[in-house]
Design a protein around this ligand. Structure first.
Ligand SMILES: Cc1ncc(C[n+]2csc(CCOP(=O)(O)OP(=O)(O)O)c2C)c(N)n1
Ligand code: SF4
Length: 305
């Protein structure tokens, strides 16, 4: 029977025999990665899947062998090899003529930094992989060091005065590979999240999803406020929710009023910004610039049309 979700959307129940993320796992309370895995579980439903997870929090989630907190087959890979391992699994599925969808599930450290070489190579070859980056904007698993996804102003264990550099534009980098599908995903918009996950699971070729993923431990935020933080990130314009087809057709999925008040509240609710001297006016100017470019791209017709 159909089950009502938020915003009046109707969604079929998760008909997996068990969820991808089993209860009783040791993820921190309020972990955005857990929320993302629960959405992924619903999106996967009965599709056969195999997952590849590098050495991030997502693999600590699995727990101690021979038990697993994952209700799906998972290979634990090195950071440098996750997209390559997934490439191999996808090739085997193709040879065997089975419908298995291969998913890489990796943090920002494993994606933006340590696994970038094989990620880029797999994207360039348009391998049949769904790569999902849950971006908690730090190296969470090793004590919260900065990554190239850490935003300007954030305190981490290696940026005690607040990070001075801006966050890397991973979406621009992935789109530049002209892969079939790249999207940012809002955990605060279930319909956006499930639609994109289902679409990405069903496509062939390389697909990349980016999930801004609250991490109460690293963000020094309240576990119950993760979804509110995502809403504020979107309302302030800091997190743009959009998708890109074939590297050139841009579509904005959630409009943002780019509210300064939301920006202030986003920073105020997180201890990681408390010590930093970040100038919110300059952050907002950066946001406006990013949005201007995004709107221009979204307004452009595909050059092939
Ligand atoms: C090549 C390599 N370098 C460094 C490490 C140490 N290490 C283990 S987990 C981790 C951080 C991972 O961060 P991220 O991918 O963002 O995932 P998170 O822990 O935040 O979920 C690091 C640096 C490693 N395992 N392998
Ligand atoms: S450190 Fe952050 S990403 Fe890792 S399990 Fe805890 S809340 Fe989740």
């Amino acid at each position: 029977m159909a089950e009502p979700l938020l915003n009046g959307m109707v969604q079929t129940p998760c008909d997996r025999e068990e969820p991808v993320l089993r209860p009783g796992n040791t993820n921190c309370g309020g972990c955005g990665m857990s929320i993302g895995l629960n959405f992924l579980s619903r999106a996967i439903a009965q599709r056969p899947v195999q997952m590849v997870i590098p050495a991030c929090c997502g693999i600590v989630t699995a727990g101690m062998y021979p038990y697993s907190n994952y209700g799906a087959p998972v290979i634990a890979s090195t950071f440098a090899s996750s997209a390559a391992v997934a490439t191999g699994l996808a090739a085997v599925a193709q040879i065997n003529g089975d419908e298995t969808r291969v998913i890489c599930w990796a943090g920002d450290g494993g994606t933006y930094d340590i696994g970038m070489a094989t990620l880029s190579a797999a994207a360039e070859r348009n391998e049949d992989i769904l790569y999902v980056c849950y971006d908690n904007e730090i190296y969470g698993n090793t004590g919260g060091q900065r990554s190239s996804a850490t935003p300007e102003g954030a305190y981490t264990s290696t940026t005690p005065g607040g990070k001075e550099d801006r966050k890397k534009d991973i979406i621009g980098i992935m789109a530049a590979h002209r892969v079939p599908y790249v999207a940012t995903v809002s955990l605060a918009h279930p319909e956006d999240c499930l639609r994109k996950m289902r679409f990405a699971l069903d496509q062939r070729g390389f697909r990349f999803l980016h999930i801004l993923s609250p991490c109460p431990t690293g963000w020094k935020s309240e576990p119950a406020e993760g979804i509110e933080l995502i809403r504020l990130a979107i309302q302030s314009g800091l997190y743009a929710v959009y998708e890109i087809f074939d590297g050139e057709r841009f579509q904005i999925n959630v409009e943002s009023e780019r509210s300064f008040q939301a920006l202030e509240r986003y920073f105020a609710l997180q201890g990681r910004f408390r010590k930093s001297q970040v100038d919110l006016n300059s952050i907002q100017a950066g946001v406006e610039q990013t949005w201007k470019l995004l709107q221009l791209r979204a307004g452009m017709e595909s050059i092939h049309e």
